[in-house]
Design a protein around this ligand. Structure first.
Ligand code: PEP
Ligand code: MN
Length: 337
């Protein structure tokens, strides 16, 4: 059972639910959505009397295994990364290099993607490389360079964390923690980021079903971190003519299943520079709340994922057209009301 609580009137109700759960052997977990509402996830049976408190705004019996992530008890969630809101109707562009290689590279990339319309800077410090002999990222030094680029440009930063032991140090520097595709089902890592209150970008595993992906989001929410954004980044199919197949079905389908914001990564989703713009715009037309795109001034010299990294000029064109598409859709929807 999920009990929705109006936070302004919540005086005593959480304690009452806690006491009632102890009496009946149930457990409760509370999640604060940072918008004036709390959800109490009740695992087990609870005495019905306690649910008549005036602060109880709704009671739902989830039919889906992903309870907190489900749309059954919430319409939308807006995730705040620094001053940037994801999920408020305006597409958010996150951009930057695949990997942070040095200060000059990152600062010039950050300035260029900001000028192109990005409002969040991406860049990997801990990199999940297919080969153990490839550049693995600069680790904490990379995080320091990211924080430096934030100081110069004002852009909040998103960066990947690969192991539970890296979470605290990464959260000390970054504004958003990325869980990469290869770690979508790393449950100890999901639990650890769930214990922070730093926003999380949860990428889809490339062989994960939508339900498995939502269950991974549930691991983070169940620990009390309400700030989860889903990222479709391409899946594996029988067709290997591109690096991955960007599953844009997932975007409108997720909008039916979950209140969490959804962004799309057309860089990894295609693996091919020439396809990034088309798929980015298709993602916005499909209802995505934002894009994450690999871009830096000299894509050919990128140390990682050069073939899918675009020039900032191309990013600027994507950002302009993405805003125009989103505005057109919104204006049309308002005209119908
Ligand atoms: C990345 O964003 O650079 C990355 C490695 O992404 P994914 O986990 O989707 O492959
Ligand atoms: Mn990459």
């Amino acid at each position: 059972m999920i009990v929705t609580i109006d936070k302004s009137a919540s005086n005593g109700v959480i304690d009452a639910l806690g006491a009632a759960s102890v009496r009946s052997g149930a457990t409760i977990r509370v999640i604060d959505w940072n918008d004036g509402s709390l959800s109490v996830n009740v695992l087990g049976q609870i005495e019905p009397d306690v649910l008549s408190h005036p602060a109880v705004a709704g009671i739902h019996h989830p039919s889906k295994p992903y309870r907190l992530a489900s749309k059954e008890h919430r319409e939308t969630t807006v995730v705040r990364v620094g001053d940037v809101e994801i999920g408020n109707g305006k597409p958010v562009i996150m951009a930057g290099p695949c990997v942070v290689s040095d200060v000059e590279q990152l600062v010039s990339a950050a300035e260029a993607v900001k000028a192109a319309g990005a409002t969040i800077l991406r860049g990997g410090a801990f990199k999940p490389r297919t080969s153990p002999y490839s550049f693995q990222g600069l680790g904490e030094e990379g995080l320091q360079i990211l924080a430096g680029a934030r100081a110069v440009t004002g852009l909040p930063v998103v960066t990947e964390v690969m192991e539970p032991d890296q979470v605290d140090v990464t959260a000390a520097y970054a504004d958003m923690l990325q869980i990469g595709a290869r770690n979508m089902a790393n449950f100890p890592l999901l639990r650890k980021v769930g214990k922070t209150r730093t926003p999380v970008l949860l990428k889809r595993g490339f062989s994960a079903t939508i339900e498995e992906w939502l269950m991974s989001a549930e691991y983070i929410l169940a620990e009390g971190n309400a700030q989860v954004v889903l990222c479709e980044r391409g899946i594996r199919t029988f067709d290997n003519s591109m690096r991955f197949n960007l599953d844009l079905n997932a975007v409108p389908f997720l909008k039916e299943l979950t209140h969490l914001p959804v962004v799309v990564d057309p860089s990894h989703g295609t693996g091919k520079r020439s396809l990034v713009a088309s798929m980015a715009l298709a993602a916005i037309a499909a209802g995505a709340d934002g894009l994450i795109i690999e871009s830096e001034p000299n894509p050919d010299s990128a140390k990682c994922d050069s073939a899918q990294t675009i020039e900032p000029e191309q990013l600027a064109a994507i950002a302009r057209k993405a805003m125009a598409i989103a505005e057109l859709i919104e204006a049309d929807e308002l005209a119908l009301v």
